[in-house]
Design a protein around this ligand. Structure first.
Ligand code: ZN
Length: 219
């Protein structure tokens, strides 16, 4: 737990020693954490930040895994549909093209951005930020890209897309023979890798590293 500070103490402390709770705005003295420790808000219990081992290396491995899954997730068939003797295989990309060709260009663009464009941009931003920390080059561009990444976070909606696919499978299951494709397996794996990446890539340590502080990236 961290120590709350009053107004008098705030004016005496350097800003770098203070941290505000994201949930309840309580202002606290920043605790120094050892590896594996977490700081919690004493008022609401929100996790302020954690100090994790090998953040950069583990995050890099996850980003590369996610990028490798990205192509099969989007271009391999999500499902195969057999209805009245006709069979069709659908991928995320063919779904976007299908919407575009049936006159729903606006919806096609939104689906493309939320399910393919922004998730890819997010991963590339994370890769560039991590490489700039790992190789110690272009930290100022890294800061800019990491800010950009935080703005994009709410626009990548893979989980919404997955829910849509699952609802479609359940609804169509009675009407047609559906076979789940390898694309869906890759898509779910991509989602899980990204959830793990969000947990491992501690923003507090990444901001610290980008601003030039030592986060013991190598130990
Ligand atoms: Zn709080």
């Amino acid at each position: 737990m961290s120590d709350p500070v009053d107004a008098q103490q705030v004016s005496d402390l350097p800003l770098d020693d203070l941290v505000a709770c994201h949930e309840c705005d309580l202002l606290m003295r920043k605790p120094h954490l050892a590896h594996g420790e977490k700081a919690q808000c004493p008022r609401c219990g929100y996790e302020l930040y954690a100090h994790r081992h090998n953040v950069v290396e583990r995050s890099l491995a996850l980003v590369i895994a996610a990028l490798l899954l990205y192509i099969p997730a989007n271009f391999l068939p999500i499902m195969q549909l057999n209805l009245l003797g006709q069979s069709s295989e659908d991928t995320v990309w063919s779904g976007v093209l299908g919407l575009f060709n049936t006159g729903m260009q606006g919806v096609a663009v939104v689906v493309f951005l939320c399910s393919m464009g922004i998730p890819l941009l997010k991963l590339l931003c994370q890769l560039a930020v991590l490489l700039s920390i790992r190789w110690n080059v272009g930290r100022s561009y890294g800061l800019l890209l990491y800010r950009f990444y935080h703005h994009m976070r709410d626009w990548g909606m893979l989980e919404v897309y997955l829910m849509g696919v699952l609802v479609a499978i359940v609804k169509l299951a009675d009407m047609a023979a559906i076979t789940v494709g390898l694309g869906l397996v890759c898509f779910i794996s991509l989602l899980l890798v990204q959830v793990r990446l969000e947990m491992v890539m501690s923003p507090h340590q990444i901001w610290q590293a980008l601003s030039g502080e030592d986060i013991h990236a190598g130990d």
